[in-house]
Ligand binder design. Structure first.
Ligand code: ZN
Length: 83
């Protein structure tokens, strides 16, 4: 895990804001931190790619395309990667 005393984005925050990122709804400052984290974190790159695939297949914004239970499953899988 990242050091909580820095203001670097953590992986769990990436998961929380990924839909905003993909929909372009993120504040510029947050987006910068997101991109910074992504550049260094292969897990989050893989996660983002996974979400992009979901959107491409569904043809809809991710918030509509991914049912809550599916999202919960993705988040669980994502947490498992970090162990
Ligand atoms: Zn990460």
């Amino acid at each position: 895990m990242t050091d909580p005393t820095t203001d670097d984005l953590e992986c769990r925050e990436v998961v929380e804001v990924v839909t905003d990122y993909l929909e372009g709804a993120m504040a510029p400052g947050d987006r910068l931190r997101f991109d910074d984290h992504l550049a260094l974190c292969e897990d989050c790159q893989a996660y983002l790619e996974q979400m992009r695939t979901v959107i491409r297949v569904a043809g809809r914004p991710v918030a509509d395309a991914v049912p809550p239970e599916t999202m919960a499953g993705l988040l669980r899988a994502f947490r498992d990667w970090r162990r």
